[in-house]
Design a protein around this ligand. Sequence first.
Ligand code: FES
Length: 120
Amino acid sequence: MPIRIGSAADIVAAKRKVVAIGDLEIAVFHVRDRFVAWRNECPHMGGPVCQGGLYRRVIEVLDDERNDLRQEQHPEDINIVCPWHGVEFDLLTGQVPSNPKLALASVKVEILDGDIWLHV
Ligand code: FES
């Protein structure tokens, strides 16, 4: 059942919105010109992952022999860090790059006439 949670412009400005729908907490994010929605329940141990910090993904720069030269921030990729134990998820895909068994649970999000609708 689609539920309207607010205007897309408000979420673009705030970057995220966490809502409660019945027993579910869901967060909508604006990332890389798209809207994504994830359940606010970490697949590790159930923490409020969607309320974690947002950071640019860190890239290790290596030389030809694969020695670590330095760290840089990816120009576009954003990770969200679960506040309970620090697992990092790619905000756009919901995946943990180092552990394909862990991923955020997605919720279908749709924009109609400038409003955000969640399909729950
Ligand atoms: S509950 Fe999220 S990292 Fe452990």
